[in-house]
Design a protein around this ligand. Sequence first.
Ligand code: SF4
Ligand code: SF4
Length: 355
Amino acid sequence: MNRVLIHPATYENIRSAVDLAFDHFPRALSGKRVLIKPNVLRSAKPDEAIATHPALVRAVVDCVESQGPAQIIVGDNPGLFNYGANEKTFEETGLMEAAKGYYQNIGTDSVKMAFNPEFMPSVSVSRAVMDADVIISLPKFKTHGLTVITGAIKNSYGILPGAQKAKLHKAAGSPERFHGLVVDVFQLRVPDLFIVDAVLGMEGNGPASPDIREIGKVLASDNAVALDAVIAQMMGVDPQRLAFFRKARQDGLGDYNPKTIEVIGELEPIEGFVLPPLGGDAIVGNPSIQEFMSQRAQLLPQASQWCTACGTCVDQCPVGALEMGDDDLPHVDAETCITCFCCQEICPEKALRLK
Ligand code: SF4
Ligand code: SF4
């Protein structure tokens, strides 16, 4: 039986909830490569509830440090609005400081992984994700216009650097297929422990809605399906109604049936919690969001006047999509480029722009 911890917390006393999470779900961390992955959707202030709160990230870093020497990395790949701006996004969310010097731009190096050819034959995953011995995922308690909730499973969508995320959105085409795609990305590397920031959550049309909801909880589990099922019940939605739960169970990742989940703490549905439409209409039926996503999926890197022709981007492109031209500028082959934007992240002159 999978277990899910629900514990009262504020951002001031969150460390005790984190300690309790490690007590219930202990992990051997000393000497290990430990990746701490918050949800860093885009630049936002901590009280906007868009990204995982810095207080949780700091508490988890402190807790991992206290368990002996480990190679800690704190990192994520931001979404649509912040492609190629990893450091800036961490700064502006307060997570750079919370990471206590362990921040790493995980968008600069990736590993090619075979993927579900229904969507794309391969994807590039941040190397820090695939190299980690232990991944601690720190989702935010939020709604999502396509998947209805964005919890433990959806937080893994950020293991993909750059605009692959937008390309896959496009390749999915429908909310139902996007649910399946999210589970396929999650399975590329299932995290080992999940600690959810549900102190300040989000309702309405997330994942960047202005409708903030005080919940006052931290949740934790070592099974994402059970944890997301508890989040869904707190939000007042039957997990059986959401396709990503059915796919995750079918793929053997866990069960969402409440009878199979032991809840440590009080599971109470949040009164009057506002959900987005369950069919994904909040995003699919919104032409401006669709247009924006389509534009982001078409972005390509282009060198500017600041380029010194150092060749770093050409050497580091994971798929060999860049070549130095006669004009001493790198040029991209649009067919080969997987829009990971590693080149933009690593350029020492910040000379690459997304066009
Ligand atoms: S890494 Fe930057 S400076 Fe170096 S060649 Fe590429 S664009 Fe130019
Ligand atoms: S040129 Fe290479 S490194 Fe740059 S975005 Fe395309 S695939 Fe990524």
